[in-house]
Each structure stands twice: as structure tokens, then as C-alpha cells.
Design a protein around this ligand. Structure first.
Ligand SMILES: Cc1cc2nc3c(=O)[nH]c(=O)nc-3n(C[C@H](O)[C@H](O)[C@H](O)COP(=O)(O)O)c2cc1C
Length: 188
């Protein structure tokens, strides 16, 4: 299966990087990666990672400006796309069908082909534009998935919080994982 992964300039670059690391261990998944310019800034700021280091985690890398790439067409078959993390700018462009770069074009294609689009949107607090854009994407069939940590599994560190959230994302694609224990009810 093919999965498109995009890293944009919202804080939380770790979600995109960890997602790629996990998918690398899934031989059945071919990852197609896009990193925006602002995404690169945050990789440096938050993880001391450069573009090349992150791109090495993917099977195929696309340039965000290359709107002629295979993933810009509905004829490219995939299970869908995960934007991790997703900035409010990229959310807005997707919500309005702008297709102004390869990230927003690929997302547009995933929506028009009725494939699965997960946007790990990150901002706080939200203004009305953010909320309306999330509604619009939801109405189009996309999944708005803010990476909000849970605490009921008593995470011991950031890595456990991140993995718990990413496990829920992988569940949406039916991908097997052992990122976090599943809730078995109170007191179990
Ligand atoms: C350190 C840093 C943190 C940022 N965090 C956020 C954020 O959490 N959410 C957001 O929507 N934008 C955030 N931004 C702003 C976006 O990077 C900016 O809007 C950019 O134009 C997004 O472009 P892109 O969607 O093409 O990556 C942040 C920028 C920087 C430099």
C-alpha cells in the first residue's frame, strides 16, 4: 500500500518523523514524503534534524513545488494521506481547494478520489477561520485529528504520548501496530 505523508510548519514535527520511523518498519507500506519549507524550519528548531535526514526515512520523496509529480493525479493509487503536523495555512488551503503546492494538491486529489485524508492540525486557541476550515474539511470527508495527548494510559514521557496518538492515526488506516496499549476498561 502507498501512503502520502506531509510535514508542514506547525509545531510538532516529531509526529511526522515518528510516523515515518514507524512506517519504515511496515514493509507493506510505501511512503511518499513531502516537507514544506516551514516544516524544515521546525525540524531544525524542534528536533535538530535537517531535510535530508528526514527524507531518508521515506521510500519516495517529492518536492513541494513539483505539482507535476505522480501524486498530483488521481490515477496514482494510494490509501490516502496524513499531514503530520498540519498548519492552519495548509488546512486553509485544503479547505478551500487551492492546490497551490504539491501538499495541498495531493490532499485535494485524496479528497476527490474519496480516499482517507488525516490532518493532524495544530494551533491553540482556534479562531473562527480555523474552526470553519476544519468543518469544511470534515464535510468533504477528511478527518481532522488534532494531536491531543491522552493521560489515561499514564504516559511516562513525550515519546509515549506521541506513540499513543500515532497509534490512533494508524488505526484509521487499518495498520497493525504496537505503539500503545489498548484501553481495556477501568481497572484492567
Ligand atoms: C517555530 C514555529 C512554530 C509554528 N507553529 C505553528 C502551529 O503550531 N500552527 C500553525 O498553524 N502554524 C505554526 N507556525 C506557522 C507556520 O509555520 C506558517 O504559517 C507557515 O506559513 C506554514 O506553512 P506550511 O503550511 O506550508 O508549512 C509556526 C511557525 C514556526 C516558525
Amino acid at each position: 500500500m502507498r501512503l502520502i505523508v506531509a510535514i508542514t510548519g506547525a509545531t510538532g514535527a516529531i509526529y511526522g518523523v515518528r510516523l515515518l520511523q514507524v512506517l519504515r518498519e511496515a514493509p507493506e507500506v510505501e511512503t511518499h514524503l513531502l516537507v514544506s519549507d516551514a516544516g524544515v524550519l521546525n525540524l531544525h528548531q524542534e528536533l535538530d534534524m535537517g531535510r535530508k535526514e528526514v527524507e531518508a526515512l521515506a521510500d519516495v520523496v517529492h518536492n513541494v513545488r513539483d505539482v507535476g509529480a505522480a501524486i498530483a493525479s488521481g490515477s496514482f493509487q494510494s490509501e490516502g494521506m496524513i499531514v503530520a503536523p498540519c498548519s492552519m495555512k495548509t488546512l486553509a488551503a485544503i479547505a478551500h481547494g487551492l492546490s497551490d503546492n504539491l501538499i495541498t494538491r495531493a490532499a485535494d486529489v485524496v479528497l476527490k478520489e474519496r480516499r482517507r485524508l488525516v490532518l493532524m492540525v495544530r494551533e491553540t486557541p482556534f479562531n473562527l477561520a480555523h474552526l470553519r476550515n476544519m468543518t469544511a474539511v470534515t464535510e468533504m470527508g477528511g478527518i481532522v485529528f488534532p494531536p491531543l495527548p491522552a493521560f489515561y494510559h499514564r504516559p511516562q514521557n513525550i515519546a509515549e504520548m506521541v506513540d499513543h496518538t500515532l497509534g490512533r492515526v494508524l488505526d484509521l488506516y487499518g495498520l497493525a501496530h504496537h505503539l500503545a496499549p489498548r484501553w481495556r476498561g477501568m481497572g484492567e
